[in-house]
Design a protein around this ligand. Structure first.
Ligand SMILES: NC(=O)c1ccc[n+]([C@@H]2O[C@H](COP(=O)([O-])OP(=O)(O)OC[C@H]3O[C@@H](n4cnc5c(N)ncnc54)[C@H](OP(=O)(O)O)[C@@H]3O)[C@@H](O)[C@H]2O)c1
Length: 324
């Protein structure tokens, strides 16, 4: 198929582009900065400059595309708000895809979005889903709940470096998934007619609480008693209100609202048996969090060992060179 991937420089989007190329699809990526996206070109994708917030850039990017995979979302560091990118931008993309006669459209939503209308990104995702369902496009929506990749910076590195891990006082367990596994579902949806005009949960093998993740990192990294700083929910609410006061803080405030989802204590997870069966994928091939962290730590600890060895060797050599 001839795919247009939007958001291909992102955590999930790059795995979608990689998987699509590996499976022999023709991949075009709509990117805001071709320089930042150079790695995608090296992989064999075609780059086209565009922006969801510039609707005129969309039709040329869609020309000749048979399918769209949308993995874009507003960056927390961007000046553009969630509303501008995830609502206005997505509406423009869906309309442009319909006008271009695209045959398949894959969208990433968030699990249980309909349960949290007071959380801005959740409400926008719910509206996105409705808008897409009514667009007449042949869509598949995948409802995700958390990426393993995000846990490296949040837990794995600070624990290894004996730095503080920040967690919210009240926190629901989340069924994190490796983005490489999510990408498999997205690409498979293109060839399975039973996934058309439907939404599916796509989540990891089990839900993990913050304390369980900390325990896992402690065991695998060999670091004893990691430092854990617990942020009370009320403090986060106050910070959120303060951020909402300033326009530049809206993006930050919208994201802090997410803490409310975790604070409910309700696990973010779903039963996946039926989903694996529809997508004809094998659940045994899905990476578990233990496997993911095990791989990460063994790679990083091996590198640190090599580095220590090199440093010791250099020290020895420089000592030998000093004659007195
Ligand atoms: N992260 C999670 O745990 C999680 C959980 C549930 C659902 N999801 C959903 O999964 C999808 C992928 O998320 P992610 O975490 O992989 O995203 P990400 O890493 O933050 O990447 C966002 C991508 O969107 C692009 N983008 C941002 N604004 C744009 C604009 N105006 N026009 C065109 N492209 C734009 C970015 O391009 P630049 O490189 O140019 O900034 C980047 O490629 C999203 O739909 C997200 O809502 C994520």
């Amino acid at each position: 198929m001839s795919l247009l991937v939007v958001g291909a420089t992102g955590t999930l989007g790059r795995q979608v582009a990689r998987r699509a190329l590996d499976e022999g699809h023709q991949v075009r990526c709509l990117v805001r900065s071709p320089k930042k996206a150079a790695f995608l070109k090296e992989w064999g994708a075609e780059l086209v400059r565009g922006d969801l917030c510039d609707p005129e850039s969309l039709p040329p990017a869609l020309a000749g595309a048979t399918a769209v995979i949308d993995a874009a979302t507003a960056r927390p560091t961007d000046s553009l708000s969630i509303k501008k990118v995830d609502w206005d931008g997505k509406v423009a993309l869906i309309q442009a895809a319909k006008a271009a006669g695209v045959e398949r459209y894959i969208f990433f939503s968030i699990l249980d979005a309909e349960k949290y209308p007071h959380v801005p990104l959740m409400e926008i995702k719910r509206c996105n889903e409705l808008f897409l369902a009514e667009s007449g496009l042949n869509y598949t929506t995948l409802r995700l709940c958390g990426f393993m990749q995000g846990l490296i910076g949040q837990y794995a590195i600070p624990i290894l470096e004996n730095q503080a891990v920040w967690v919210t006082g009240e926190s629901a367990p989340v069924a994190y998934m490796d983005t490489q596994d999510i990408a498999k579902f997205a690409i498979r949806a293109l060839s399975v007619p039973e996934t058309e005009k439907k939404a599916f949960p796509v989540v990891g093998t089990r839900a993990w609480s913050a304390d369980e993740i900390i325990g896992l990192c402690e065991r695998l990294s060999g670091q004893q008693q990691p430092k854990v700083t617990r942020l009370p929910l009320n403090l986060l609410r106050t910070v959120r209100k303060a951020a909402m006061f300033f326009q530049w803080g809206w993006n930050v405030a919208d994201r802090l609202a997410f803490a409310e989802v975790l604070a409910t204590g309700k696990p973010l997870t779903a039963v996946m048996d039926e989903v694996y069966s529809v997508f004809q994928l094998d659940p045994r091939e899905t990476t578990t969090l233990e496997e993911y962290f095990q791989e990460y730590y063994s790679r990083i600890l091996k590198k640190l060992k090599e580095l220590n060895y090199e440093q010791a060797k250099l020290k020895k050599e420089s000592k030998r060179k000093i004659p007195f």
